[in-house]
Design a protein around this ligand. Structure first.
Ligand SMILES: Cc1ncc(COP(=O)(O)O)c(C=O)c1O
Length: 385
């Protein structure tokens, strides 16, 4: 029996696949991952094959604690770090522990479309707040909070990707970060900060996380090894207050099974302790910076008049605004004949706002292929205008 190679990413020969926000397999850390299991067994022995603690793998949590302290210049307690199976898992767990079906949850428009699916699984009442070049619009958020207040409702949670946003690539401005936190404190909602792209910063350090700026208890920040190491590890962490962290660790799920993916977490702890994590991230930054530049340069050269695009300072995505009469879904249908694909904007928002936009991921293709893809995309848009 022949098993399918992958359940997710089926690449078509000769196509420019801008649609997958996934790492290039050629940039996955094969050598470091070859070393990690034996280094972990040497260091941790049989312990790494046990259930592990409900909080997560202590050596990895200690490494995260030290890294957050040194990179973000804040004191974070070990009891304010909790292991997860990545950000998808963390979103799901946060919904389980901190929301009830029917609760109002604010989401960005546009946002990470698969994150939306997880929130929808929990029967939440999602309300969209637009994103502009400086990230989440605070003006629109204030208006939405006022509207909700008039109908006697208030949000439980706001899900946001403030740093190297998926899909737009923008980052929330420093002023907006502070105002957002003030609003959360004043209106009593939690901020669920999706910080999955923090390590992939191409023009200097990433902006400070909301978690690092806010009083404890306001922000739950989700970090992941999916983009900086490998998505298949299914490994991440949460920073939150010690009291919030206890809600994860005290649940029956972890009481029975321990924290998710304990053995993988111990391997990653050994990999991080060896310096391989930092070396790998440095390589990723260089490779993805070159790809961002190659795609941005080719788009500037080839896109027809009436199109604008973002040049992100990190992450995986460039966001294109097409002329307002061009629909992203219809463009995708036509783009097939030009052998190019992307994510149409209508799929990444719940309010139809981005129908004339498209998301391009530059993570998967090499610079030459990105340039060719930009030419194909420009030809498809030219046909549609
Ligand atoms: C914004 C965002 N959050 C979460 C994820 C998924 O994270 P993980 O693999 O850690 O579940 C992605 C992956 O594309 C993403 O772009």
């Amino acid at each position: 029996m022949v098993l399918p190679a992958s359940t997710q990413m089926v690449l078509r020969e000769g196509h420019s696949e801008f649609n997958f926000g996934q790492p290039d397999p050629d940039l996955l850390p094969l050598d470091a991952m070859r070393r990690a299991p034996s280094a972990a067994l040497d260091t941790f022995g049989a312990d790494m094959l046990g259930y592990g603690a409900p909080e997560g793998a202590w050596p990895l949590l200690a490494w995260i604690q030290a890294r957050v302290g040194s990179r973000e210049h804040i004191d974070v307690g070990l009891d304010e770090c909790i292991g997860t199976a990545g950000n998808s898992d963390a979103i799901d767990q946060v919904c389980t522990l901190f929301t009830e079906p029917g609760d109002v949850v604010l989401v960005e428009s546009p946002t990470y479309h698969l994150g939306l699916r997880i929130l929808q699984d929990h029967g939440l009442a999602l309300e969209a707040v637009p994103v502009d070049a400086d990230g989440l619009s605070i003006e629109a958020l204030e208006a939405r909070l006022a509207d909700l207040g008039r109908s006697g409702r208030s949000p439980r949670l706001l899900y946001t990707i403030p740093t190297f946003h998926n899909p737009t690539g923008v980052s929330l401005s420093p002023e907006r970060r502070r105002t957002l936190i003030d609003l959360a404190v004043r209106h009593g909602f939690l901020i669920l900060e999706d910080d999955v792209y923090r390590e992939l910063a191409y023009d200097g350090p990433a902006p400070p996380s909301l978690f690092s700026l806010a009083p404890r208890g306001v922000v739950l920040r989700m970090g992941s090894f999916a983009k900086a190491l490998a998505p298949g590890l299914r490994l991440g962490w949460l920073n939150c207050s010690a009291e919030q962290a206890r809600r994860f660790a005290d649940g029956g799920l972890r009481d029975s099974g321990g924290a998710p993916n304990f053995t993988a977490a111990m391997m990653v702890a050994a990999l991080c302790q060896s310096g391989d994590f930092d070396r790998h991230v440095a390589r990723l930054r260089q490779a993805y910076r070159e790809r961002r530049d190659a795609l941005a340069g080719a788009l500037a050269a080839h896109l027809p008049p009436g199109c604008t695009f973002t040049t992100p300072r990190g992450g995986y995505f460039i966001w294109i605004e097409l002329p307002s009469h061009v629909d992203g879904d219809l463009l995708l249908d036509r783009a097939g004949s030009h052998r190019v694909s992307f994510v149409p904007g209508g799929r990444v928002c719940i309010d139809g706002r981005s129908r004339h936009c498209v998301r391009l991921a530059f993570s998967l293709m090499k610079p030459d292929a990105l340039a060719e893809g930009a030419r194909r995309l420009a030809a498809a848009i030219g046909d549609a205008t």
